[in-house]
Design a protein around this ligand. Structure first.
Ligand code: SAH
Ligand code: SF4
Length: 378
């Protein structure tokens, strides 16, 4: 009989941990203690858990594992952004990007959602997390796509990005025990293509005994896996962003192969059916690509598609990737596109490009980490 897989303690819910602890003959409160070490304090090893009896820790080490990421590289931008390259235990690289933002009218807002927090006073510290090593979706403009899908991250690995960055921020003297306030699932990978692990990670991140994030401070972004958008609407209250990126199927299918399976009409229909509870309007993301989808006609078509939908629009000027053949339209075109949308009653936000001085695009740092070393020099 094949050996049962070793459970990853960081991927288990409080109830599952309690059961595991019970099977080991320990008292039930040990489960909660363990959960708090893992998800509240973000412990990186069993050795840290000094108030658990040593024999219990030793048994856990033999019979289970505690998935922990290693910080492999950090790049710092002049605007405060920090890009973390994190190494998984099997030697894969993923990326998480920290973006601090002072309160104010220009605040970075991944959700373009000013009404949610009128007169926001506190500093927002957002982490962009990865959900897969690479991505299977093949979008032509995206650096992560060039890797293909290497593997899914498990729930513990998704959560641990938050815990490693929190630990680093504490080390830097950022106030608070858990400095991060907001999460966006917009790093490497397609979250809804790793549905079960992403959902599990959300439950862990929202748990009161754990990091206790608020539902309205977490946004998951998808390239448009329609059936899973509908599931997601039922399964969780966190926010959703949809990467539209084009206004005709002809154009979108060329940029995003997913459009051949679920076209724009199906995607808009799923968003129309997404329950829009207070503060949970869906965000449409639209990456502006020079000469591809950035004309006034595109803006007019976009306004037509979104007419009557209670949505928000985030315009993202393209971060150029060498070799992929797409360009940033430039500030003037971006402003004109936004104005053309506004003239048709659609308000939009322009995503500030963070950390451009440290890497041209999302995913780049981790993609590079995975390239085979070709010469003695690099
Ligand atoms: N896979 C999910 C989430 C990760 S990508 C998704 O596609 O939504 C997060 C966002 O970054 C998407 O809106 C995507 O269109 C955008 N994006 C990808 N590469 C980019 C680049 N080089 N410049 C600007 N935005 C990019
Ligand atoms: Fe994957 Fe999103 Fe990149 Fe498309 S844009 S390849 S879905 S990470």
């Amino acid at each position: 009989m094949p050996a049962a897989p070793v459970p990853d303690l960081r991927s288990l819910s409080l109830e599952e941990l309690a059961k595991l602890v019970e099977r080991m003959g320990e008292r039930p409160f040990r489960g909660r203690q363990l959960f708090r070490w893992i998800h509240h304090k973000g412990a990186s090893s069993l050795d840290e858990m000094t108030d658990l009896p040593r024999p219990f820790r030793e048994r856990l080490a033999r019979e289970a594992r505690l998935t922990t990421l290693a910080v492999d590289a950090v790049q710092r931008s002049s605007d405060g952004t920090r890009k973390y390259r994190l190494r998984t235990e099997d030697g894969k690289f993923i990326e998480a990007v920290y973006m601090p933002e002072e309160p104010g009218p220009d605040a970075f807002d991944p959700e373009a959602d000013e009404e949610d927090e009128p007169g926001r006073k506190r500093v927002r510290r957002t982490l962009c997390v990865s959900t897969q090593v690479g991505c299977a979706m093949g979008c032509g403009f995206c650096m992560t796509a060039t890797m293909g899908l290497v593997r899914n991250l498990n729930a513990g690995e998704i959560c641990d990005q938050v815990y490693r960055v929190n630990a680093d921020l504490r080390r830097l003297g950022v106030e608070g025990e858990r400095p991060l306030t907001n999460l966006v699932f917009m790093g490497m990978g397609e979250p809804l293509h790793n549905y079960d692990n992403v959902l599990r990670s959300l439950e862990l991140l929202l748990s009161e005994e754990g990091p206790n994030f608020s539902q309205r401070h977490i946004t998951v972004s998808t390239s448009g896996l329609v059936p899973n958008i509908l599931r997601f609407a039922q399964d969780t209250q966190v926010k959703l962003a949809v990467s539209l990126n084009a206004t005709t199927d002809e154009q979108r299918a060329k940029l995003m192969p997913v459009d051949k399976k679920w076209n724009i009409a199906a995607l808009i229909d799923a968003v129309r059916r997404f329950p829009s509870r207070q503060g949970r309007r869906v965000t449409f993301e639209y990456v502006l690509l020079r000469g591809v989808n950035d004309s006034d006609e595109d803006a007019a078509r976009l306004a037509g598609l979104l007419k009557g939908l209670p949505v928000k629009v985030n315009l993202i000027p393209y971060n150029e990737n060498p070799g992929l053949g797409f360009g940033d339209p430039g500030a003037e075109r971006v402003a004109a596109f936004r104005k053309a949308l506004g003239a048709r009653g659609i308000t939009s936000m322009v995503r500030k490009n963070r950390g451009r001085d440290i890497a041209a695009a999302c995913g780049q740092l981790a993609v590079e980490g995975q390239r085979p070393v070709r010469t003695a020099r690099n």
